[in-house]
Write a protein that binds this ligand. Structure first.
Ligand SMILES: C[S@@+](CC[C@H](N)C(=O)[O-])C[C@H]1O[C@@H](n2cnc3c(N)ncnc32)[C@H](O)[C@@H]1O
Length: 324
């Protein structure tokens, strides 16, 4: 059941979510699937487990940076309407909400997520934990939420996007997404961005190929999700997980590799595909950044970097920008 304080955006802010993106991706050579299809209820649970893995350094590193600097962030921005894109379980968010609660007991927080079950349970817990806050979940895609928020701008706003989720966008998608962020902010508003930085391939590849196989299960679950959502008949047992660091592109690439020649039907999408043995489907990219590059990209979208925080190894960066 969806919590009362979750607004379902689908019907109001329709986007291309009828599977056209799957048709396009599977008709390309090489084949791709959009990373957003990782996140049904099980996918969200598996992502939570990934965050606890010893190999998966991003969550604990970003959490440590937030713990150290959340008060400073709240001090710089002052009380704001808080919007979180891809909020998931909102676990890390508690650190920021605690800092804003010291400034005002009546803050507004809008978590946005495509995984409605996870969003709904996060909102129910947060409402108990922060009874004075106005908490309104927005269930839908980033596109839908940003459209909605552009027409509902009441006060100074901080949009935050953590977990290096920006890294799942290719160059063109990043350009479009940062443009949408800029349009959803008024001059003087803030954007807080958590990004994973470039580092040794061995550390990066270990993070996406954990020994327990949780990332593999997360990757394969995308096929079960698509089966259920679009009446498809992928057999996840006939695929394996692979993640490699593409150094020339500065990105982790996660693939589903077909273990034999096979035919798959996606009934609701009127799509039939053939896969050859060892053929790969690219299911996710996770780009790793240089701080200067991302600062320049933000600047091109009228977002000026105010401050950057990092850990002692410079593995992860947290950038606070302001729209001008
Ligand atoms: C990598 S997880 C990050 C979760 C959390 N922000 C963190 O830092 O741990 C990405 C989150 O974004 C959500 N998500 C992925 N694609 C999305 C999209 N296109 N629109 C809205 N939410 C999306 C997923 O459901 C998931 O909760």
């Amino acid at each position: 059941m969806i919590a009362e304080s979750v607004l379902i955006l689908d019907s109001h802010f329709a986007e291309n979510n009828n599977g056209q993106d799957i048709i396009e991706g599977l008709s390309k050579t090489p084949k791709t699937l959009p990373a957003k299809y990782f996140y049904d209820n099980l996918g969200s649970e598996l992502f939570e487990q990934i965050c606890q893995l010893s190999e998966y350094y991003p969550t604990r590193t970003e959490t440590a940076i937030l713990t150290q600097y959340a008060d400073e962030i709240a001090q710089i921005t002052g009380v704001c309407e808080l919007v979180e894109l891809g909020s998931g379980s909102s676990t890390k968010t508690l650190i920021l909400l605690d800092s804003y609660q010291k400034k005002s007991r009546n803050c507004q927080y809008f978590p946005v997520d495509i995984s409605s079950g996870m969003l709904s349970s996060a909102v129910s817990k947060l409402k108990l934990q922060y009874p004075g806050f106005l908490i309104q979940g927005l269930s839908g895609s980033y596109d839908q939420a940003l459209n909605y928020l552009q027409s509902h701008h009441q006060q100074k706003r901080l949009i935050f996007f953590l977990g290096s989720s920006l890294g799942n966008f290719n160059e063109l998608e990043t350009e479009i997404f940062l443009g949408q962020i800029s349009e959803t902010l008024n001059p003087g508003d803030y954007f807080l961005l958590g990004i994973d930085l470039q580092k040794s391939p061995a550390i990066l590849e270990a993070a996406y190929n954990d020994a327990q196989g949780v990332t593999a299960a997360f990757n394969l679950n995308m096929l079960s999700h698509i089966n259920q959502r679009f009446r498809a008949n992928f057999n996840p047992d006939l695929f394996t997980h692979r993640a490699i660091y593409n150094q020339s592109k500065g990105q982790i690439e996660m693939y589903l590799i077909s273990q034999e020649n096979q035919h798959v039907s996606l009934k609701d999408l009127d799509l039939e595909i053939d896969l050859k043995k060892n053929e790969s489907i690219l299911s996710e990219i996770s780009r790793k950044y240089k701080l200067l590059d991302i600062q320049n990209q933000l600047l091109n979208k009228k977002i000026q970097t105010l401050k950057i925080w990092s850990d002692s190894q410079q593995w992860f960066g947290l950038i606070l920008g302001q729209r001008f």
